[in-house]
Design a protein around this ligand. Structure first.
Ligand code: AMP
Ligand code: GLY
Length: 710
């Protein structure tokens, strides 16, 4: 399946001996590598294609490094997590072998769940469930935390260390009372330093495997869904994963492009956060375990390696030479490489020993092959032993078969046919990749979204007539003009029914002119004069401001206003207005960007200063944001974010007028599109709010979901 031009034979060390490594070995050989395999067990598939192999413990870094040196390996690809946790990358790199895999300290992303969760929290990255970390020292607090979570959606208890995903217990599935959950924490603390307790999420899981070079380059593999439960119909104990599928459009049937984008964004932010936190960039695989929930994409965990079985779905789809990908990764040039995948569906089914995972029985198996049985599936050996009289299973997964075809149904058939030809004391899940099971997942997601939808209250509920808008302005009113342009096409949907200004300076303010042109009632209530009449020479006294706004509010009520739209309004707006009227604004910066303490970086910043600041902060693009107005400046919930305006690279020959030029450009390409679009969506009743004041657009939470599309 793997194409790519042959390169001079690069000597590659491959560490690991499972089916994932067998798939990696195939991809490396197809890319023209000379393969040196360091394995814990002899994988018959890898053995056949490797130039040489050595047997040793997965975490014996000394033996692995010696084997690499003896064979002058140039690059090493690390399959499993155990050698990463043992620091194999650190040792190999010391010996001059560049690695596709993270250093030990970076591998903490997988090996320590508390590290990963704390990192995501510290850097304000979205997608984390509520969680807390407990040790023997503070375990008392866990009881209250468990009770609180269990009175909601439930809790999940995770040991803070490597357990092959098997130490995780979920309330309602493995744990049935607060007491049982608390007891399990204590049990875990006998062997682990800490436990992570987190909010139980509900949704559909998917794996997004990514390669990153530590230099801003990311290569995303197609999304895959794994199956953890041992038996058909998602029953039975949890396993390392007994099968998986991916779809021909490189999405999953329950995912949208926006879902994948959200997961990618999380991965990129986590990579940036690790670099800041540890002083050095992460390189290798970042395999995110995500869950699509009714409240957006959530992060379950990261692994520092490819998934098993997920690697077997995606590696055979690569059209780009995998050795070149590995080279680009170690050289930090991944961004230049435009990796391509075959647009095919894949289904992987694992054949495992009878009794797996709890009481597996081992024995000889007959594995079908292309040559003698004409199977169409790819076959990857996992934990088997090759003896003189054939292949024997061990206590873990045996052989994986991957069907690849234009449709999932066809891919499933190919995998199923091969899996059912294995003779011996084994079983496999017949339902993975079947239309029936895939539809069950889609239906599950639909139900969750509908239930969530039922909990939401519309931000503005459409009624018989158009939504009534009051425009408050102090300047040129260019945003208002754009809103009025859209109104001309959609008078049924919304109407600006009054224009209000706080300044009598008609040289600076176009309010009267716009009102007259459009025959809209116009009010001018000069705020400077208002303060003077109250005997105040400056405009700091907030009580006066509130009195002024109370009078404004009376006017708004008179006009039966639904929404107050600020269109370049220079006064701070207070409770009497914002407490009674949904008030919105557009801000010439991306308000989603936060600093490390979670505050919006571009709040309070105006005009060209936003552009200046964005350049100082090293942003490569700018956007404008529509948001709800609250009593804290620019802190209200984000409604929509405009498409980006790319900034030119930072250099000295920009000229001083760059911020102004880009401010204008952002107005035209940002504000003028996103503000009318927001008003239209609002009038259509597409914005909603939940009990925690999270804003949803079309059933998806903002801000990370609401990027406007043209
Ligand atoms: P992990 O090793 O963190 O991926 O957890 C193993 C499995 O436990 C995941 O694949 C999920 O099925 C489940 N799980 C983990 N975290 C959560 C959570 N917060 N809510 C619901 N299920 C979870
Ligand atoms: N398929 C789950 C894992 O590789 O962790």
């Amino acid at each position: 399946m793997i194409r790519g031009k042959q390169v001079s034979r690069t000597k590659v060390l491959l560490v690991g001996s499972g089916a994932r490594e067998h798939a990696l070995a195939d991809a490396l050989i197809a890319g023209g590598a000379e393969l040196y395999a360091y394995m814990q067990l002899i994988n018959p598939g890898i053995k056949r294609i490797a130039k040489r192999f050595a047997i040793g413990k997965a975490d014996d870094t000394v033996a692995a490094v010696k084997f690499a040196k003896d064979n002058s390996a140039e690059i090493a690809v690390i399959g499993p997590e155990a050698p990463l946790a043992a620091g194999i990358v650190d040792e190999l790199e010391k010996a001059g072998v560049k690695c596709v895999g993270p250093a030990r300290k970076h591998a903490q992303l997988e090996t320590s769940k508390s590290f990963a969760r704390e990192l995501v929290k510290k850097y304000g990255i979205e997608g984390s469930p509520e969680f807390a970390v407990f040790t023997k020292g503070n375990i008392g607090g866990a009881r209250v935390f468990i009770e609180r979570l269990n009175s909601g959606s439930g809790c999940v208890i995770k040991p803070d260390g490597l357990t092959g995903g098997k130490g995780v217990k979920v309330y309602g599935e493995h744990l049935h009372s607060d007491e049982e959950a608390f007891e399990y924490c204590n049990e875990l603390l006998e062997v682990h330093d800490a436990v992570v307790i987190e909010e139980k999420l509900e949704g559909e899981e998917f794996s997004l495997q990514t390669l990153t070079d530590g230099n801003g380059g990311f290569l995303y593999f197609p999304a895959v869904q794994d199956h953890k439960r041992a038996f058909n119909g998602d029953t039975g104990p949890n396993t390392g994963g007994v099968g998986s599928y991916s779809d021909a459009n490189l999405l999953l049937p329950f995912l949208t492009v926006a879902d994948i984008e959200a997961a990618k964004k999380i991965t990129e932010k986590v990579a940036a956060a690790i670099r800041k936190e540890l002083g050095e960039a992460y390189k290798g695989v970042m395999y995110g375990g995500f869950m699509k929930t009714a409240r957006g994409i959530k992060l379950l965990e990261y692994n520092a390696r490819f998934g098993d079985p997920e690697a077997m779905n995606v590696l055979p789809l690569l059209k780009t030479n995998f050795v070149e990908i590995c080279k680009a990764l170690v050289e930090g040039t991944l961004a230049k490489l435009n990796a391509e995948f075959e647009k095919k569906a894949t289904v992987c089914k694992y054949v495992v020993p009878e009794g797996y995972p709890d009481n597996p029985v081992t024995g000889r198996i007959d594995v079908p092959t292309v040559e003698k049985d004409f199977i169409k599936a790819l076959a990857y050996y996992a934990a088997v032993e090759e003896k003189d009289d054939g292949i024997y299973t061990t206590k873990s997964r045996g052989v994986a078969f991957v069907g690849i075809s234009d449709t999932m149904a066809a891919a499933e058939k190919i995998a199923e046919e091969a899996a059912s030809m294995v003779k011996g004391n084994v079983y496999h899940r017949k339902d993975i990749g079947t239309l029936q099971l895939v539809q069950k997942r889609v239906e599950h997601m639909r139900q969750l979204m509908t239930a969530e939808g039922g909990r939401l209250r519309p931000l503005y509920a459409p009624k018989a007539g158009p939504m009534r808008i009051a425009a408050l302005m102090s300047g040129t009113g260019s945003n208002l003009r754009k809103i009025l342009e859209l109104q001309r096409q959609r008078e049924d949907l919304f109407r600006v029914v009054m224009i209000f200004t706080d300044t009598a300076d008609e040289n600076a303010c176009n309010a009267r002119r716009i009102a007259e042109e459009h025959k809209i009632p116009y009010y001018c209530y000069d705020i400077k004069r208002y303060y003077l009449e109250k005997g105040k020479s400056d405009r700091k006294d907030m009580r006066v401001r509130e009195e002024y706004d109370a009078e404004t509010a009376t006017l708004l009520k008179m006009h039966e206003i639904d929404v107050v739209a600020l269109c370049g309004y220079m006064s701070i707006i207070t409770k009497p207005v914002i407490g009674q009227f949904l008030t919105i604004n557009v801000h010439p910066a991306d308000l989603r960007i936060k600093d490390e303490s979670g505050r919006r970086k571009y709040a309070g910043c105006i005009g060209a200063d936003c552009v200046k600041m964005a350049r100082t902060n090293g942003e490569t693009e700018i956007r404008s944001t529509t948001h709800i107005v609250t009593d804290e400046v620019d802190a209200g919930q984000v409604l929509m974010v405009s498409l980006p305006v790319k900034l030119p690279p930072n250099n000295n020959c920009d000229g001083d007028d760059l911020p102004h030029r880009y401010q204008e450009k952002l107005k035209e390409e940002g504000d003028w599109l996103v503000y009318p679009e927001t008003i239209k969506a609002l009038a259509e009743g597409r914005f909603a709010v939940d009990e925690k004041n999270v804003i949803f657009l079309d059933g998806r939470p903002t801000p990370e979901w609401s990027e406007m599309s043209r």
